[in-house]
Design a protein around this ligand. Structure first.
Ligand SMILES: Cc1ncc(COP(=O)(O)O)c(C=O)c1O
Length: 370
């Protein structure tokens, strides 16, 4: 028998997929910048304070020798109570991060060549998972202020359109989609995914949760990665019709939520007030940061309802130079070298008060040596 080439057996379309461009981990940053001793990591929209001490101190008390509950009963009950708005446990499913829910939804709905509308710029994972599911991606570019072009979006919906991803607050632009615009999209009947990963920073009024009773094509995504500081444990959830939850439960891997993540999530809900106080700190830091940036001539900060600020520069050269200067000082922020529209932009996650003071000082210093 002739020996087969293992790579030739891979499905062709997979070979063309451009992988997601994830943020750099501190270990790899240190490896490539040996002179840097302390890293200020502001490139991943993580929580600069970490999680609640109650969670970190209880991490070694779990029964890690038995499989976790595949039906997520306790998790779903507690989440329903947390979410409110008359949402039932049967309308909730938890995932290993909201990323997993996105992947499961595409598995559930998408046939090759189905169309998925993604108003860009937005969170890169929508495009990544859509490409893997062999969907046709329809990008309806956001307008000057990065709002979704509702009329153009609706005009582009046809028989092949299955789904739309709307992120609110949008990553990386920080703006919200209004409830009335969301309704216009929902009225078209396509599957409408509203990603509320940053909703805790925007306030409950920003959420479209109230619409769940009216629209069975509405799916809301949330996560514990940002507000609760649990990014590494991977826990997020989706809120949708009971029918969809049942399908997703039937196609997910049985033990998708590990016991440590489950318990951390439950403790985060118990310690909600403590964590939400920190969110207020982050919001205050963000508003203060934006106010300070407005006095700096070469930066245009965009308003933000999340835990990051998108900043525009007169050219990609200035943005790149500032990014490099901050890196040399141990500060790592998000750049968009592969997205034409965002080449002269940088996204800065909000850190602790001390980190933001240091960052501002460095930005001001850069101004003098520009
Ligand atoms: C808009 C948005 N949705 C989802 C996620 C992923 O969250 P998780 O950590 O729950 O997978 C992120 C993470 O950056 C995000 O920005």
């Amino acid at each position: 028998m002739t020996k087969r080439n293992i790579e030739n057996m891979i499905r062709n379309y997979i070979k063309d997929i451009v992988g997601y461009d994830p943020v750099k981990h501190p270990d790899s940053i240190k490896e490539n910048n040996t002179s840097i001793t302390e890293i200020i990591k502001l490139n991943g929209n993580e929580n600069p304070y970490g999680t609640s001490p109650k969670i970190s101190s209880s991490l070694n008390n779990y029964p890690i020798h038995i499989y976790p509950d595949p039906h997520q009963n306790k998790i779903r009950q507690k989440l329903a109570k947390h979410v409110g708005a008359d949402i039932l446990p049967s309308q909730i499913i938890a995932g290993a991060g909201s990323d997993e829910i996105i992947e499961l939804l595409l598995k559930l709905f998408i046939n090759p060549q189905d169309e998925i509308i993604i108003p860009e710029p937005t969170f890169g994972m929508y495009r990544f998972f859509s490409a893997i599911s062999q969907a046709k991606i329809i990008n309806i570019p956001r307008n000057e202020q990065f709002d979704v072009n509702i009329d153009t979006t609706i005009a582009n919906i046809n028989d092949k359109t299955k789904m739309i991803f709307l992120c609110s607050p949008n990553n990386p632009t920080g703006n919200l989609i209004s409830i009335s615009d969301t309704k216009k999209i929902l009225e078209t009947g396509i599957i409408t995914i509203i990603d509320e990963a940053y909703y805790e920073f925007a306030g409950s009024e920003s959420s479209v949760i109230k619409l769940t009773t009216q629209y069975d094509n509405l799916i809301i995504l949330r996560t514990f990665s940002k507000w609760a500081g649990l990014a590494a444990l991977r826990i997020g959830y989706g809120i949708m019709s009971q029918i969809l939850v049942n399908y997703l439960l039937s196609i997910k891997t049985p033990y998708n939520i590990n016991i440590v993540a489950e318990n951390a999530m439950l403790l985060a809900l118990e310690d909600k007030n403590f964590l939400m106080d920190r969110i207020q700190n982050i919001i205050d830091e963000r508003d203060n940061f934006i106010a300070e940036l407005k006095h700096i001539s070469f930066i245009k900060p965009y308003p933000s309802h999340a835990n990051f600020v998108l900043c525009e520069f007169e050219s990609s050269t200035v943005a790149n130079k500032l990014n490099l200067y901050l890196q040399q000082n141990g500060i790592f922020i998000r750049t968009y070298p592969n997205q034409k529209r965002l080449e002269s932009f940088l996204r800065i996650s909000i850190g602790t008060s001390d980190q933001m003071k240091f960052l501002l000082a460095k930005i001001k210093e850069f101004k003098h040596i520009k």
